[in-house]
Design a protein around this ligand. Sequence first.
Ligand code: C2E
Ligand code: CA
Ligand code: CA
Ligand code: CA
Length: 275
Amino acid sequence: AKSDGRNTYCFYAPEQDAHSEERFTLLQKLRSAVANKDFELYYQPIIDLHTGRTASVEALLRWPQSDGSMIGPDKFIPLAESAGVINTLGSWVIAQACLFCASQRERGHSDLRIAVNISALQFNDGMLKSYVEEALATAKLPPEALELELTESLFLNESSAILQQLSALTDMGITISIDDFGTGYSNLAYLRKFNASTLKIDRSFIHPLTSDDNDVPLVQAMITMASSLGMHTIAEGIEDEATKQMLIEMGCQLGQGYHWSKPLNEQEITDKLRN
Ligand code: C2E
Ligand code: CA
Ligand code: CA
Ligand code: CA
């Protein structure tokens, strides 16, 4: 903007400065929040569509503010990545989620599993496996209880370091799901080599699903293809009974969405799981 000449600069600069100042302040706040672990995990049930039981819960991160509001992960996860604090934050999430799952298992939900979102950058420092091992050991949780949700974009660059780290995790007994499936550019045949056990169909295909929806053949194809590769499917964002019924008829095993529950805080989900 500076090279555009004095008038242009004067016209645009205040706004840009305000913007980057706001970002800078938010970054400072985020760094200290990460240092102080000022975050909260919410949990959303993932339902077995046939039995209606809660098969697992997905941990979803929230950043509580002093005024009582919450900043959502879509806003601060990218910031945490660019600030270089995603590994510190991410390892805290893994540890907390494992402790939560272990405590629910002790309360009687003995086969409950926990799904944790992992950002692509968390793979880059090569420490993920050791964070996971430590979290499982501390919580005394078997590896089979943990599913890591990875987005399609992680799989696009086929680096051997990533492949190695993935197979080290699956060799331990941890399962991998491919999150937001359908929003990227890859195909399932390609994704097969990554050993994922579950495909999560992105909510943009799911809600709403009616019989004349163009998404129906797409969703059907994803479910059929996943199942022919020996993978389960989870449909995200189910908000109504009709959509749920259609997905059952299409052969989808698992579902998640406001139809059952929004993400809940630890007390709320504990109460819900008790019933
Ligand atoms: P995601 O993994 O696709 O998570 C699902 C998002 O959909 C969640 O938003 C959830 O609240 C929302 N959702 C669930 N059911 C419904 C529904 O029926 N209708 C609608 N409209 N929305 C529904 P949330 O919690 O805001 O999370 C947004 C994204 O932030 C997540 O998308 C995930 O990519 C990321 N994220 C959340 N927690 C973490 C974390 O601990 N680590 C990392 N790396 N990313 C995280
Ligand atoms: Ca997810
Ligand atoms: Ca999604
Ligand atoms: Ca649709």
